[in-house]
Design a protein around this ligand. Structure first.
Ligand SMILES: Nc1nc2c(ncn2[C@@H]2O[C@H](COP(=O)(O)OP(=O)(O)OP(=O)(O)O)[C@@H](O)[C@H]2O)c(=O)[nH]1
Ligand SMILES: [Mg+2]
Length: 515
């Protein structure tokens, strides 16, 4: 990984000397001296530029001075060309962006947008690998619902297990008032969905080989539910390649990587369970149960239950949007390189970029610091829809409060004094839906008071809160912020192009080529 002492030293953006725009020079001047041809005395060109035989001493002096000046310019050009050759060998200095924010804030999803914009072929070649992640996301969403059913039932019937539902006469007590009664059909559904447990194990094994990934507790909406496990990966360890090899042939076409005839492919069981999964997800009693438990799977990471027909179909290959919605937790720091084109059609420029993705969970944040002194910009993601949620790793901390604290720590960090900070107030789509469903921001942020509970008022309020922290702790900085839903590629591409332009300009300004 490349590190330099000063991240703000302008990288080599010097345009190649545009020889055609220089004042016309004799051939001997514009050619590097090493490449100038040897010319004999009777060469027509030598004769053409030779001094006239009638040259006076004053004219001779003037000619020699002009030749000396021309040689100086020629040597300067030679030097510049040499310097350029050396710097091209070293490679131009890249613009570096660090993605920061709490876990599930959308860092890896933002990175996927960069990949989709700048290397769509490579992005699409990984779709087969993401298929397994999406299948795991589906299975884990279903398990969260099944666990909730078990919890609700056992709290309503402390002395029985859900299994007794097959024999209604064995139910000793009516369910507690607040829970809707589960019926034998729910038990049958649960039993028919049992093979998904094995699918989960198979998928985790596929994604875990060679220590490229780890298992950790899965964020669970109802904290008292049985703990599920979540896979997290160190992206730089190449889990995708490992998975591609497991899939079979080595190909760039994602569909080619999938062995459609493999009877052990998890897609077979998922397809067989599709109808039951849909029944579970649309069952009004289960919906009510989720309402009571304040469980909203559609706001959870890796939500695909609304697309069950598609993602469980026999020859399912993920779309770009699916890959953006897939959830795979990041463990370490990974570096991604792109060459991006910026500028207008008339004068396009290409720059090397490095985008660094990190794990956002609290225990992983210490790993961010070594990257601080070497970045041009930080994109900080604050998921503003999370005002009613707590951190998975510390349920005593509200997620929005954690984002405020983290933002404050970043803006006031002396190591980042010269680093541009760009704030993404993310998950706006979820915030909009949440407020529209009647969940009140003022119930979680008292200072919001009696302001209208709509998206415009809430997002403006939160925007001002983040701006206030910036102003207080780093008043000299400009406030770059965007309201984002980074799962929406169209709007995110637009925003990232804007970010790229700002950073390129910033680099040019720093290198004093633009004033
Ligand atoms: N609906 C919606 N989902 C989002 C948005 N941004 C991210 N997500 C989803 O939220 C989940 C978590 O996003 P990630 O990008 O994996 O989060 P992260 O910040 O990389 O999390 P860690 O790797 O744990 O630090 C994924 O399933 C994303 O698809 C958004 O703006 N809207
Ligand atoms: Mg991540």
């Amino acid at each position: 990984m490349e590190h330099t002492a000063d991240p703000h030293v302008p990288f080599s953006l010097l345009p190649s000397p545009n020889l055609t725009s220089q004042p016309p020079l004799p051939l001997s001047i514009i050619m590097p001296s090493s490449k100038r041809p040897r010319i004999s005395e009777d060469d027509p060109l030598t004769l053409a530029i030779a001094p006239p035989p009638t040259e006076s001493p004053a004219e001779r002096e003037e000619r020699l001075a002009a030749e000396q000046e021309a040689k100086r310019v020629s040597d300067a050009i030679d030097d510049e060309l040499n310097k350029q050759r050396i710097s091209e060998k070293k490679g131009p200095k890249a613009i570096k962006i660090l993605l920061l924010g709490q876990s599930e804030s959308g860092k890896s999803t933002t990175l996927k947008n960069f990949q989709l914009m700048n290397s769509p072929k490579a992005f699409r070649s990984e779709r087969a690998s993401w298929r397994a992640v999406i299948q795991l996301n589906v299975v884990q969403s279903i398990h969260a619902i099944l666990d909730l059913m078990s919890k609700a039932h056992s709290s309503a019937h402390p002395s029985t297990s859900l299994t007794n539902l097959s024999n209604p006469s064995s139910l000793p007590n009516p369910p507690l008032k607040e829970y809707p009664p589960l019926n034998p059909e729910h038990l049958k559904l649960k039993m028919r969905l049992a093979p998904l447990l094995q699918v989960e194990v198979t998928l985790i094994k596929k994604l875990l080989p060679n220590g490229h990934a780890q298992l950790s507790k899965l964020a669970n909406p109802a904290q008292s539910l049985p703990i599920q496990q979540e896979i997290s990966v160190n992206s730089s360890a190449g889990w995708k390649n490992t998975f591609s090899r497991l899939m079979g042939r080595n190909s760039c076409d994602s569909a080619d990587l999938i062995d459609w005839s493999d009877p052990d492919d998890p897609g077979v069981v998922l397809n067989a369970c599709a109808e039951d999964m849909k029944r579970l997800w649309t069952d009004p009693i289960i919906r009510k149960l989720m309402d009571i438990e304040k469980m909203r799977p559609e706001e959870m990471a890796g939500f695909f239950l609304d697309a069950l027909d598609r993602v469980t179909s026999p020859r399912y290959v993920p779309t770009d949007d699916d890959v953006l919605r897939a959830r795979l937790k990041t463990l370490g720091v990974s570096e991604h390189r792109f060459t991006m084109k910026t500028g207008s059609m008339g004068s396009p420029m290409s720059h090397d970029w490095r985008v660094f993705d990190v794990g956002g969970q609290r225990s992983l944040r210490a790993a961010w610091v070594p990257y601080f002194d070497d970045m041009n910009a930080i994109i900080f993601l604050a998921p503003i829809s999370c005002f009613d949620q707590v951190l998975q790793e510390d349920p005593s901390v509200n997620r929005l409060a954690d984002s405020f604290l983290l933002w404050k720590a970043i803006v006031s960090n002396p190591l980042l004094k010269k680093t541009e900070l760009i704030l993404f107030l993310n998950k706006c789509d979820i915030l909009r839906a949440k407020l529209a469903s009647g969940i009140r921001l003022a119930d979680y942020i008292v200072s919001y008071g009696s302001r209208p509970n709509d998206f415009e008022s809430a997002s403006q309020y939160l925007k001002k809160k983040f701006a206030g922290l910036l102003k207080e702790h780093s008043p000299e900085r400009l406030y770059y912020f965007h309201l984002t839903s980074v799962t929406d590629t169209k709007s995110t591409t637009y925003i990232l192009e804007n970010v790229q332009d700002v950073l390129v300009r910033d680099n040019l300004r720093r290198s004093a080529l633009v004033t």
